[in-house]
Design a protein around this ligand. Sequence first.
Ligand code: FES
Ligand SMILES: [Fe+2]
Length: 340
Amino acid sequence: MNLKDFWYIAATSSELAAGTVLGKKLLDEPLVLFRDAEGKPVAMQDRCLHRNAKLSAGFVKEGQLVCPYHGWHYGPKGTVTHVPSEGPGKPKAERACNPTYACVEQEGYVYVRLQGNAEDGIRPFPIPNYGRKGWHHVRLINFFRNSVINCAENFVDIPHTVFVHPSIFRKAEYRKLSALVRRVGGNVHVEYQNETSNLGWFSFFLNPKKQPIVHKDNFYLPNATSVEYVFSKHRHFFITSQSIPISAYETLVYTDLTYDYGIWNRITAPLVRWQAQKIIDQDIEIIGNQGDVLKKYGPKFLNSPADIIHVYIESILEAVNRGEDPRALPEKEKQIEFWV
Ligand code: FES
Ligand SMILES: [Fe+2]
C-alpha cells in the first residue's frame, strides 16, 4: 500500500462542467479531467501519446478529448479514436491507450485514485451529515505550502488555537483539558472530556448557558480530519478537511462545514463562511511558515503530551510510506492532559 492507493478530490463537480477540460496534479502526477458523452468524469494522464503535448490545453468534442497540437481524439478509456492526419474515421493503426485513472463522483466532488483495486475496501471519505435533512453546508478551498500530514495535524491541534486564532476560536485561559486519544483501524479518534464554552466570540450563540459540550476530533487515513462539536440539539457542527497532496509541499485543502443550527441554518451561512475563512487564512500563514522550515531541515520534532495526536497520525502515514496497510496496526490509546 502507498499513498497512490487512496482516493483524493481532484476537482469539484461544478468546476468540471460538461465540455470543460481541467489540468490538475495529484502526488506529482499531471492529470487531465473531462466528462464523457454521458457526463461521467474521466481522468487520464495529461500527456498526448503522439508528440507529448498537454491534453489539458485541448477541448472536448462529442465526449472525446481532443489534443490541442495535432488533434488526436481520445475516448473515455484512453483509446485513440481519431487521428486527423490519417483521414476521416477510425485511426489506421492500432495504438496503445493513454493511462486512465479510476474516477467517481460523490458529494459534489470528483475523486480520483491513481492505483488500487475495487476489493481493497478503500473508498472516498464520506463527509459527515452532508446533504442530510436539517443540515446546512458551506465549502471552502485553500492552498497550503506544506505537506498533507502537517495540514491534517494542524486541523486537530488544539494548543495552537490560542496563539494562531486568539479570541476568534479560543481564548488563552490556562485551563486544563483532558482527552482520550485512540489509534484504531488506521484512524485516530480524540475525545475531549471537560470541554465547556471557550470558543471565542460566537459562544453566545452556540452555548449561551455555558453547558459542558461534546468535542471530538478525528483523523481518517490518509488525509481527512473531522472535528465535531455538539452544544445542544440544534447547535451541532462538523468541520471536515480533506488535504490533497499536489506535491511534497503543496497541499490543496477542501473544507466542508456541515452544521445544524436549526432555524438559523440559512441565515448564518455567510457568517460561517467568513469566520471559517478567517481562521483558515491564519492557518495558511503558520503552516506555510512551518513548511518553509521543514523543506530545509526535514521533520525533527520535540513533543509534549498534547502532541500524542501528531505521533499517532505520523505512525499511520509512516506505515503507508513503508508499504504497509496501516489498518492492521495494533490499537493504541492514551489519556492526555494539557493546558490551553
Ligand atoms: S501531440 Fe497531441 S496530437 Fe500531436
Ligand atoms: Fe488552526
